[in-house]
Design a protein around this ligand. Structure first.
Ligand code: SDX
Length: 426
């Protein structure tokens, strides 16, 4: 039975249909609102606004639930590979053995980049942030593949090229930033092994592939793979809605993710923990500052638009911190500071009242430090993890028979009409 809500205004009323999701979430479909009433809705930051119907990822912010295509992220982190999770997100189901093998071959066959791309990297200022470089280079990639993504075959090869090449490009930017020779991908290594090898192998010393590091990267990327309509995914959908090519849409997602309120938070957390340590390690003072409305300081890695409880990914990341550092015989004083900060914040009335808990970025930087990733590459690693989610979400929008260009409205609050005054009369 269809459900409706009644909107009553100025003595009139209209019925607006309700939409119910497969997990019981409810929304009011306002697509006829302006035509019927002349009104629009206003929702800065879209905290109460759904942009689409999607079958990719389900989140329950109150219960701390996250599932990719119905599978709990905890089970994927425990049992899956990143490549298999990529296939699941993009194709909507887990692959069988042959499909996974074929997918692997496709990724390996497309993992090299055109040698001319190297010149673009070499002309970047050495101190350029890797996220700015990655966003530009992904856009540049389109110049090497100018064919339109109009037919299924072209779309599939474009998605494969991005999944295969962006990982190579990320490692390239690191090597070139250090003035070192590029290390090429190898077909005999897994997706995660390849990235670590491209980052750290060198003619002087072969990279010692450690099982713990590979596993940590596998879990890190699975946990970051998708997260419904977050800022960067919404950017990919928004930019993609103009029918721009997928490279440009992904480039916009990388740019959005760079922000410290979003994916850039993992780098900001490490900088915050380091500053707290350098300032004498006073975690109580940091929590006080975070509560102070007159102080712009926020506890990076805390809070979330959707999760009003512990981010389920942060739980896994925190557990992995302990296991990884112990198995690699690493001690990281920042982990002690992070734990103390969490313990104080979770008992602080302000944080409790505001439902502020650690999010995925709070512990992820410590995991990346442990496997040797430089801090300014942390958000690049987030982008590599989120790439399949962006692609899956873009693909879902292009498959929508009612796919429209995204164009929100506004309420104007500027000057009312007045006539132009010539300069000599002002
Ligand atoms: C990611 O959306 C996603 O799914 C994102 C992500 C993904 O996988 O794609 O999960 C990845 O981006 C995680 C978030 C990473 N960012 C940070 O850790 C930065 C620190 N966090 C905050 O800036 C904030 O919590 C956000 C940006 C994450 C969420 O912001 P909202 O939902 O817009 O909330 P808000 O800024 O309106 O804050 C609500 C209240 C405010 O206080 P009041 O004015 O209502 O009294 O909570 C306070 C805020 O001041 N608050 C914080 C805080 N976060 C919110 N106070 C201190 N420290 C914080 N971290």
């Amino acid at each position: 039975m269809d459900e409706f809500v009644t909107l009553t205004y100025n003595g009139k009323e209209i019925m607006l249909p309700m939409v119910t999701g497969s997990e019981g979430e409810k929304a009011i479909d306002i697509s006829s609102l302006r035509a019927e009433t002349g009104f629009i809705t206003l929702d800065p930051g879209y905290a109460n606004t759904g942009s689409c119907l999607s079958s990719i990822t389900f989140m329950d912010g109150e219960k701390g639930i996250l599932r990719y295509r119905g599978i709990p992220v905890e089970q994927l982190a425990e049992h899956s590979t990143f490549k298999e999770t990529v296939y699941l997100l993009i194709n909507g189901r887990l692959p069988d053995r042959d499909e996974l093998t074929q997918f692997s071959v496709m990724l390996n066959d497309n993992s090299l980049v055109h040698t001319d791309l190297k010149a673009f990297y070499q002309n970047y200022p050495r101190r350029a942030h890797p996220m700015g470089i990655l966003s530009s280079m992904v856009n540049t990639l389109k110049a090497f593949y100018p064919t339109l993504e109009t037919v299924e075959e072209e779309i599939n090869i474009t998605m494969t090229r991005l999944l295969a090449k962006v990982r190579t490009m990320a490692a390239m930017s690191y090597k070139i930033s250090r003035g070192h020779e590029i290390v090429f991908p190898r077909a005999d290594l897994t997706y995660c092994e390849n990235f670590l090898n491209m980052m750290f192998d060198s003619p002087v010393k072969s990279y010692e592939m450690k099982r713990e590091a590979v596993n940590a990267l596998r879990v890190f990327w699975i946990l970051h793979a998708d997260h419904e309509q977050n800022c960067s995914t919404s950017a990919v959908r928004m930019v993609g809605s103009a029918r721009v090519n997928l490279y440009a849409a992904i480039s916009s997602g990388i740019a959005a993710l760079w922000g410290p309120l979003h994916g850039g938070a993992n780098q900001a957390v490490i900088e915050m923990l380091t500053n707290i340590q350098n300032d004498g390690g006073n975690c109580q003072k940091a929590v006080q500052r975070a509560r102070d409305k007159n102080d712009p300081f926020r506890l990076m890695g805390f809070g979330h638009r959707v999760y009003k409880t512990y981010d389920p990914r942060a739980k896994i990341m925190k557990k992995m911190c302990d296991e990884l550092l112990e198995s690699m015989h690493i001690t990281d004083p920042l982990l002690d500071t992070a734990r103390e900060l969490e313990e104080i914040a979770l008992k602080d009335p302000y944080f409790v009242d505001h439902n502020l808990y650690p999010n995925i970025d709070f512990y992820s930087g410590i995991v990346l430090r442990a496997i040797g990733i430089p801090t300014n590459m942390f958000t690049v690693l987030f982008a590599l993890g989120r790439l399949p989610g962006w692609i899956a979400q873009w693909r879902e929008s292009t498959d929508d028979p009612h796919w429209k260009i995204s164009r929100p409205r506004q309420i104007y609050t500027g000057s009312q009409k007045y006539d132009y005054v010539p300069i000599h009369a002002r």
